[in-house]
Design a protein around this ligand. Structure first.
Ligand code: NAI
Length: 480
């Protein structure tokens, strides 16, 4: 029986290993983590992350061929294949601070693997890492082990939160990079055999190590770049009377461009896009390619611009002040169908409104009050470090209340900001909401999910990103 161990029971390690266990009943899979609370949650009824379909799979496999444990060393020692799926946040201090990936967690995992291994192992980079990380890891492993053979593979994960299970069941591709040696080829084949249990072989791409490492950074940079491109267009649409939805539809019909990932919004978020682009920028700079670095940096700048533009629009629409006004925030997660708030645009938007002294009433179906308060009191970059390893912030922001119902959040509010595209926000009783709000009542739709015409008929003043402005907003000075 092949034994797999995955170090890191997070958003990637947990779902990925659960699917491997489900699809490969003859493989024993152990997911290990240094966080006791996270492992306890994986072993409980309330899993530590929300992901549609995940609960069922974990319940089917847990205790049979899927185990969650804090006994990291034991499971690593016993494994034939060790996946490393620890977090790789942006460095907050020292060389490359604010850009380079912090490989502290990775290095400590590698040293531990070297320490406890007694048999040959395939070590798989699942985390997103800078190009050439495998080389560093290889050195750590070979210099610290006792004549044990380690083969390093890069197998970056392309799942998207919110659709992780679907993505894992039916991936566009699985990418495996390895050394171009007979041992490397053997290791690639061993990992290929695992995925081949359910992924058609033609979708398993094998490359050299550096191509696999760089492909993950490149894929995220391309995805984020599409969002920034359409968001940049949304500003121009508002200025000209074009409708960004119509523009994206027309543009996306070009088969060379394609229709996906062209929705204008308040900005991208999540733990990966910004971190991976910053990392790419740093690698370009280190390789003497400032023009390439600046090109990718612009993707993040446009994302920041979009969030600022949204806040400015809210404040300027409401007579240039939101001081003391209640504003309902619908949605806090960085996208629908996840409870993940890492780098969610909601943090910047809320902080912007709080800076203008608004009172916020926040509702998200999957994010707890504790999480929201913690996010709003964090410094930049704190988000990228494992939250469960930090003590909860003792400071609670008194301007913020978190409620468990959209109707409660909007009661007596002057305005509503829709910041996550949860399906339930499309079907709210907006007439009831309007009746219970202060007038004039505003809706600022940061995800373009609301039926603008219907809301205007009810009496709302509506701003929807990249859509023609209604007369109220048109008469105001332009927003930068
Ligand atoms: P996460 O923060 O949810 O999970 C990482 C886990 O690793 C934490 O539970 C932490 O306690 C554990 N850990 C850290 N050091 C450890 C050690 N030495 N021994 C044992 N456990 C340790 O992170 P997430 O989101 O799962 O991301 C992991 C990697 O996958 C990152 O490099 C990320 O960029 C990449 N990735 C993330 C995606 C996502 O959607 N979240 C998608 C694709 C890749």
């Amino acid at each position: 029986m092949v034994k797999i161990c995955c170090i890191g029971a997070g958003y990637v390690g947990g779902p990925t290993m659960a699917v491997i266990a489900l699809k490969c009943p003859a493989i024993e899979v152990a997911v290990v983590d240094i966080s006791v609370s996270r492992i306890n949650a994986w072993n409980s009824e309330q899993l530590p992350i929300y992901e549609p379909g995940l609960d069922d799979i974990v319940k089917q496999c847990r205790g049979k061929n899927l185990f969650f444990s804090t006994d990291v060393e034991k499971h690593v020692a016993e494994a034939d294949i060790v996946f490393v799926s620890v977090n790789t946040p942006t460095k907050t201090q020292g060389l490359g601070a604010g850009k380079a990936a912090d490989l502290t967690y990775w290095e400590s995992a590698a040293r531990m693997i070297a320490d406890v291994s007694k048999s040959d192992k395939i070590v798989v980079e699942k985390s997103t890492v800078p190009v050439k990380t495998a080389e560093a890891i290889e050195k750590i492993l070979t210099h610290n082990s006792k004549k044990i053979n380690f083969q390093i593979l890069s197998n970056p994960e392309f799942l998207a939160e919110g659709t992780a299970i679907q993505d894992l069941f039916n991936p566009d591709r699985v990418l495996i990079g390895g050394r171009e040696t007979p041992e490397g080829a053997k290791a690639i084949q061993a990992l290929k055999d695992v995925y081949a249990h359910w992924v058609p072989v033609e979708r398993i791409i094998c490359t050299n190590l550096w191509s696999a490492e760089l492909s993950k950074l490149a894929a995220n940079a391309f995805l984020a770049q599409r969002i920034s491109s359409v968001n940049a267009m949304s500003a121009l649409c508002e200025a000209t009377g074009a409708d960004v939805t119509q523009v994206s539809h027309a543009v996306g019909k070009d088969s060379r461009i394609g229709p996906k990932f062209l929705n204008a919004s308040v900005g991208f978020g999540g733990s990966c896009f910004q971190k991976d682009i910053l990392n790419l920028v740093y690698i370009c700079e280190c390789n003497g390619l400032p023009e390439v670095a600046n090109y990718w940096k612009q993707v993040i700048k446009v994302n920041d611009y979009q969030k600022t533009r949204f806040v400015n629009r809210v404040v300027s629409s409401m007579f240039n002040t939101v001081s003391g006004k209640k504003i309902a925030i619908l949605g806090f997660a960085f996208k629908k169908d996840t409870g993940d708030t890492r780098e969610t645009p909601a943090i910047d938007v809320c902080k912007g409104l709080l800076g203008d002294k608004a009172r916020l009433s926040i509702y998200d179906p999957q994010v707890s009050e504790d999480q929201i308060q913690r996010d709003l009191s964090m410094k930049k970059f704190d988000w990228d470090h494992p939250v469960h390893l930090q003590p909860a912030s003792p400071m609670s922001i008194t301007q913020v209340s978190v409620v468990w119902d959209a109707y409660e959040a909007t009661k007596d509010a002057h305005g509503i900001c829709i910041l996550t595209e949860w399906d339930e926000f499309k079907n709210l009783d907006y007439q009831r909401i309007y009746n219970n709000m202060q007038k004039p009542a505003f809706v600022f739709d940061g995800r373009n999910i609301a039926d603008v015409e219907k809301l205007r008929e009810i009496g709302f003043i509506v701003y929807s990103i990249g859509k023609p402005l209604d007369s109220w907003l048109k008469d105001l000075p332009a927003v930068a």
